[in-house]
Design a protein around this ligand. Structure first.
Ligand code: SAM
Length: 196
């Protein structure tokens, strides 16, 4: 699937264009979403993190800083152009040795089975509404996490209704991810789930 194409599961929502990444990495967004605090709360030094739909790396940067030299962030995106931008942006910060970039398929993360059960935390931030099969995505995340691992899911309320978000949480629970915390503020619907 290329940018601008519509996801079959969410006909009104398009895959974010790599030509429009500036809006994903602004000072205002940094101030509102505080990726540094998110990393501090949910990422452990030395941990293994999955950043699904990483885009140009707005959150990846803080996750990579937080895991430190002994940790690893897997940044996964559907579009190679996004991964290219991420590598160019985070290279000068010396963070690339802690980051593995991986291009996935539209309907699968397509990660090797030997990575199952190896991640401490998975993030899917502002991406699930672009994914054609969220149920499959949640099943894959559940398999990739260690038991007790954390899944942080968020989608923008101006795109995803409360009902759609709840439906997605139900799909995640069906995949073995138990709701631990639910948050809502005007720019974000977010939930923290734990792998059973
Ligand atoms: C709105 S951007 C969000 C980027 C980043 N998470 C952030 O909040 O700054 C959504 C990203 O998800 C990616 N994406 C869309 N569909 C995807 C899929 N099926 N699997 C993985 N990534 C996908 C897009 O290429 C894009 O980079």
């Amino acid at each position: 699937m290329t940018s601008g194409e519509k996801s079959p599961g969410h006909p009104s929502h398009e895959v974010h264009s790599p030509k429009n990444t500036a809006i994903l990495d602004t000072r205002l967004r940094r101030f509102i979403y505080r990726p540094d605090r998110l990393a501090e709360k949910y990422v452990k030094p030395g941990g293994r993190v999955l950043d699904i739909g990483c885009g140009p790396g707005f959150f990846t940067r803080e996750f990579a800083k937080r895991v430190g030299e002994n940790g690893q962030v897997f940044s996964v995106d559907l579009q190679e152009e996004m991964l290219d931008i991420l590598r160019k942006k985070l290279g000068p910060d010396g963070l690339l040795p802690r980051i593995t970039t991986h291009r996935c398929a539209p309907d699968s993360l397509d990660l090797p089975a030997d990575l199952n059960g190896t991640f401490d935390t998975a993030f899917a931030i502002f991406v699930v509404h672009e994914v054609p099969d969220p149920e499959r995505l949640f099943r894959e995340i559940s398999m990739l996490l260690k038991p007790g691992g954390t899944f942080f899911y968020s989608d923008p309320p101006f795109v995803v209704s409360g009902g759609e978000f709840r439906d997605n949480l139900a799909l995640a629970e069906k995949a073995g991810l138990r709701l631990a915390e639910r948050r809502f503020y005007f720019v974000n619907r977010a939930a923290v789930l734990r792998k059973e």
